[in-house]
Design a protein. Structure first.
Length: 134
C-alpha cells in the first residue's frame, strides 16, 4: 500500500542536528557538530537533556576506530559526515524517531514566493511511504 503526504516547510537555512541513524532497538540518534569546526555542547557522555541523552562522541577516539571496535553502528558511521578539525561531534539519542530524513533536491519545490524580502520561502516536500501492511 502506498501513502503519500505533503509537508510544508519553512526554509531558514541550516537545520540543527544531522540526519538520523539507529544505534539499537528504539534508539534513534543524530550527530551534532558541523565539520570542520565542530565545537562541543559541554555535556558529558550519558547526560540527559529533555528526551535525549549523549550516547557517544568523537572527542577521544575517531569515528573510523569506533566503527572498527564496534562502538558505533554502520548506520551511524555512515551518517557521521566529515571529520572535525577542531572540536568533536556528539551522538545524541532518544527513543522516538527524529523528523529529519534525506530528501532529494528534486522533490523540494517552491510552494509560495515571499511577499517581502524578510520573509522566508515556503517549500513543498512530497514524501512517499511504501509499506507492506499484512
Amino acid at each position: 500500500m502506498h501513502f503519500a503526504s505533503t509537508l510544508a516547510v519553512l526554509v531558514s537555512g541550516f537545520v540543527a542536528g544531522g540526519l538520523s541513524c539507529q544505534e539499537g532497538y528504539q534508539t534513534y540518534c543524530q550527530w551534532r557538530g558541523t565539520a570542520p569546526v565542530c565545537g562541543n555542547s559541554g555535556y558529558s557522555l550519558g547526560q540527559r537533556v529533555g528526551d535525549e541523552y549523549m550516547h557517544n562522541w568523537t572527542r577521544d577516539i575517531g569515528i573510523d576506530e569506533q566503527y572498527r571496535r564496534g562502538q558505533v553502528t554502520y548506520a551511524c558511521y555512515e551518517e557521521y559526515g566529515e571529520t572535525c578539525w577542531k572540536g568533536y561531534k556528539e551522538l545524541w539519542c532518544r527513543s522516538t524517531p527524529y523528523l529529519t530524513e534525506k530528501v532529494d533536491a528534486a522533490d523540494v519545490r517552491p510552494a509560495a514566493r515571499p511577499k517581502h524580502p524578510h520573509q522566508k520561502e515556503i517549500v513543498k516536500i512530497e514524501i512517499g511511504l511504501d509499506t507492506d501492511l499484512k
